[in-house]
Design a protein around this ligand. Structure first.
Ligand SMILES: Cc1ncc(COP(=O)(O)O)c(C=O)c1O
Length: 397
């Protein structure tokens, strides 16, 4: 059979399109990072953006990106080990390391490539990667790639430090890398980082925490690990710049020897064009702004807390209580698609879970741009649509 037959037979997206419920790849006309956005010519309250600190439209961030293009051109035009290394990259790395409290940092073209490159470089033949069974796809794919070079991969129960401890106790003396997200936005849950760090210390395992959804929000902007008072206990941190840092790209932070190793061995670093000047400068400007704002409680977290309480009071099945994303569980895919459509029709854009996976949720991402009037509008719509959106068993409860 022709390999492309499976593409021709793929009907899942068509079924949703035919039903008028297709929820993916909405095109926004203009910025999607503010509290409001324009979609199909109409304004919506925008709760589908990871721009948690609303910095993608900040004039300093935009100005930094514009200046960088003017001075450096539109592209790094090469891989960093060869002709594409810019002083902009190295200045950002020095400031990331200083802010997050690590010896060194290494910037990658995306957060996905950071995790893919780091996990697959660090773990090879003779090593074991232990990952939370719901770790982000990029961490999981890094582990898959590590397996191709001879590493063993084992998943531990979601958020279960007990399961990890059991697995490490029964393990041979092979060296281990333990991998988790700091914050799981689809569940509003923080990882048990204190327990994971203690177990890793006991077993001599290296701990990698992906802070993509914690940076900018927790620990004065430094992330969940800092927030939990665990600075210095997590040897490897990764993050995406596509969220609070209002840009594109990602980084790993670690001790200087580990970063030097990754600079020379990580394939997603060595074989990919360096981060563009504009993206590098935008991330750097956003980092400066996050550092400047590090004293106050982020409005995004207060907005999420308010929305969580309001939706819970309306009878929605709200998952967890941490982070800037409010996730609402729904019983099945059709209900999820229909709920998203109904909300859009009423001027509220929320995300549904990605097109791969078996969970059904609406996700309302709050940012500093969600002023009380935007939130009240959203809560008003969700209140008015309660009868249509809530599964019957839940409404009756
Ligand atoms: C926890 C986590 N890690 C990594 C990534 C990938 O980052 P990027 O979008 O920069 O590739 C994402 C998603 O964006 C994420 O949610």
């Amino acid at each position: 059979m022709n390999l492309l037959e499976k593409c021709r037979a793929y009907s899942r997206a068509d079924e949703a399109r035919d039903a008028g419920l297709y929820p993916y790849y909405s095109a926004f006309q203009g910025p999607s990072g503010g509290g409001r956005a324009v979609r199909e010519g109409a304004e919506v309250c925008m709760l589908g953006s990871g721009d948690y600190r609303a910095l993608s439209t900040d004039l300093q961030v935009i100005g930094a990106a514009q200046d960088a293009i003017a001075l450096y051109g539109s592209s790094a035009s090469g891989t960093r080990p060869q002709g594409g290394n810019l002083d902009l990259h190295e200045e950002l790395e020095a400031d990331l390391a200083g802010f997050f409290g690590y010896e060194a940092a290494l910037v990658f073209p995306t957060g996905y490539m950071t995790n893919l490159g780091v996990v697959s470089s660090l773990a090879a033949e003779g090593d074991v990667v232990y990952l939370d069974e719901r770790a982000h796809a990029s961490l999981e794919d890094g582990a898959r790639l590590a397996r191709a070079t001879g590493a063993a991969v084992s998943r531990f129960g979601h958020l279960s430090s007990g399961d990890l401890a059991r697995q490490l106790e029964g393990a041979s003396t092979r060296s281990a890398l333990v991998v988790t997200d700091a914050l799981f936005p689809e569940e509003g849950q923080l990882a048990p980082v204190a327990e994971l760090a203690a177990i890793c210390e006991e077993h001599g395992a290296a701990l990698l925490v992906d802070e993509s959804h914690g940076v900018g929000l927790f620990g004065g902007g430094r992330g969940v690990v800092q927030h939990l008072g665990l600075a210095g206990r997590v040897p490897l941190m990764t993050l995406s710049f596509g969220k609070a840092l209002a840009s594109q790209g990602g980084a790993v932070l670690a001790d200087a020897r580990t970063i030097d190793f990754l600079r020379h061995t990580s394939r997603t670093q060595v074989f990919s064009t360096g981060l563009s000047p504009a993206d590098t400068a935008a991330a750097h400007a956003a980092l400066r702004e996050i550092r400047r704002r590090s004293d106050g409680e982020p409005e995004a977290l207060m907005a999420a807390e308010h929305l969580r309480r309001a939706l819970d009071a309306l009878g929605y099945d709200v998952a967890g209580d941490a982070g800037a994303v409010v996730a609402v569980r729904l019983p099945d895919e059709v209900t999820m698609f229909a709920a998203q459509r109904l909300l859009v029709d009423h001027g509220v854009f929320a995300n549904v879970v990605p097109p791969v996976g078996e969970r059904y949720q609406l996700m309302f991402a709050c940012t500093d741009a969600h002023t009380p009037d935007v939130l009240e509008a959203v809560i008003g719509v969700l209140g008015a649509l309660r009868e249509e959106l809530l599964p019957h068993h839940r409404r009756a409860a």
